[in-house]
Design a protein around this ligand. Structure first.
Ligand code: AMP
Ligand code: MG
Length: 486
């Protein structure tokens, strides 16, 4: 059962999600709404529950974990879609272990804003419905360095067709509990993959194949927008291929495949940007192992993992070609893309600004390339600089490649602007909303929420958010340095 908060108040609601589950904005202003989504009152005829799951954390089997601070309130069917509704931060559950089951305002704002922003970017994700203050204080050691302090407690309501994770299956396999494993996989297929047909060995294989496909689609989208999840443990991998559990995530500012926002992962950087697609594969291997007892054959499972490798290359190339404004893929495009990825690291280059502004290049005016992308460089690049020469070289090849496209500059720009966002939730932006909220000003949360509903639009009034990371945010806690404390 959720804990009753001492003095809850609503900070923000997401009108789209309200509508999806059949509620209106007027509903969200009622006391009943506040009572239900703060965990004060349990809806009649419902039985809230927390889920048991296990997981591989940072490459090691961590045993049983479970919803330590997430409580599923109920499920709602609306317009033929089933939604599970979950409170995060509403107190202890049977899986809280030694922790309090609560969440702080900073991490709740981050989850709330980012999950909605991801949805509007076109990335599969769990959604957010509401953000509330609990009125209670929560003790946290932000950087795990012996400096605990009290922070405002908050509760986010998350919504998704299902919150099942890879770890939900791993736990029963680890316990040699084939019966419950089968019950859960059959349930998942029946409710979420019914098009695959009645459960059988072949259908279990098809199930893994579809989870692999969905997870690949998800991670390719992460790479496209520069999102770094930060904790891709198998308990944080949705069986539906949704981005789930927004913890120490971050957004690439300077393009850097080795970057991770998660300070807990600083040593090995297992979950760095450039590794994410490989980690999905590693996680799929764990899922394949987990359902193996139902299939009892390794070959078809291995085949799926091998296909993932091939599909990854194909889909990644496709995605990068779309970022570059190519309507189809050429044999030599992967070389051009590899060179681009190297060049982006010659000096710190803002990923979002680079790709967005690249669309302004005119096919026959490649000599202007520097003017077009200049804004994306964090440090000045002089004319005679070797870096500048290497870019000139790359742009010459890029312009030549563009000649083989039939599209006009205008058409290409329009197309590129649908895949290269103008606005993402830069790390410092979320932190600005958090700092303001901690001072009692919630207007920045709404400002960012509105901005990120249309991330591909120009939004001339919002230009102030289309800038490189300000220097103050380079090493600031909460911006480039995050831990799992939340
Ligand atoms: P995460 O790293 O957020 O995915 O969490 C890993 C595990 O720790 C999950 O099982 C969470 O439910 C649990 N957990 C994290 N924070 C808390 C908390 N404050 N209280 C209870 N459980 C927690
Ligand atoms: Mg988690």
């Amino acid at each position: 059962m959720p804990k009753t908060p001492s003095n809850s108040s609503l900070i923000h609601v997401a009108p789209e999600m309200l509508k999806n589950i059949g509620l209106s904005e007027a509903d969200s202003k009622t006391e009943a709404f506040l009572n239900v989504f703060s965990g004060t009152k349990v809806l009649e005829n419902t039985k809230p529950y927390a889920m048991c799951y296990g997981g591989h954390q940072f490459g090691n089997w961590a045993g049983q974990l479970g919803d330590g601070r997430a409580i599923n309130l109920t499920e709602i069917e609306h317009n033929n879609q089933n939604w599970a509704i979950q409170l995060k931060g509403a107190g202890e559950t049977p899986y809280s272990r030694n922790a309090d089951g609560l969440a702080v305002l900073r991490s709740s704002i981050r989850e709330y804003l980012c999950s909605e922003a991801m949805h509007h970017l076109g990335v599969p994700t769990t959604r957010a419905l509401s953000l509330l203050l609990s009125g209670d204080e929560v003790l946290r050691d932000v950087l795990y360095n012996g400096n605990p302090d009290y922070e405002k407690g908050a509760i986010v309501t998350r919504v998704a067709p299902s919150f099942l994770r890879f770890g939900s299956y791993e736990i029963f396999s680890a316990r040699d509990d084939k019966k419950t494993l089968k019950t859960l996989v059959d349930y998942t297929i029946k409710h979420h993959f019914s098009h695959l047909g009645k459960p059988s060995k072949d259908v279990y294989v098809a199930f893994l194949k579809e989870v692999a496909n969905r997870s690949l689609k998800m991670v390719i989208q992460w790479q496209r927008v520069g999102f770094v999840h930060g904790v891709m443990n198998t308990d944080n991998m949705s069986i539906l291929g949704l981005t789930i559990d927004y913890g120490p995530y971050g957004w690439l500012e300077g393009y850097d495949p080795n970057w991770t926002p998660n300070t807990t992962d600083n040593t090995y950087k297992r979950y760095r940007y450039g590794m994410q697609p490989q980690i999905v594969l590693w996680n799929l291997l764990q899922l394949a192992n987990a359902i193996y007892p139902l299939v009892e054959e390794t070959k078809p499972l291995e085949a799926i993992l091998n296909e993932y490798r091939n599909d990854l290359d194909v889909d990644y190339l496709k995605m990068m070609c779309s970022k570059l404004g190519f309507m189809s893929e050429n044999k030599t495009d992967s070389i051009l893309i590899k060179e681009l990825e190297k060049n982006l690291q010659l000096s710190e280059t803002d990923m979002t600004i680079f790709f967005r502004n690249l669309a302004n290049l005119k096919k026959l005016e490649v000599r202007n390339w520097f003017k077009v992308v200049r804004e994306s460089f964090y440090e000045p690049i002089e004319i005679a600089d070797n870096i500048r020469l290497r870019w000139t070289d790359w742009f010459a090849k890029y312009a030549e490649r563009l000649q083989s496209e039939d599209t006009t500059d205008e058409e290409r720009k329009a197309k590129m602007n649908t895949v290269n966002p103008k606005y993402v939730l830069r790390n410092y932006m979320a932190q600005t909303a958090i700092d303001d909220a901690n001072n009692g000003d919630y207007s920045t949360i709404d400002e960012l929420y509105q901005l990120l509903k249309k991330p591909y639009d120009e939004q001339p009034d919002n230009k102030k958010w289309f800038v490189k990371r300000p220097e103050w945010a380079r090493h600031k806690v909460g911006c480039s340095m995050l831990s799992c404390s939340s």
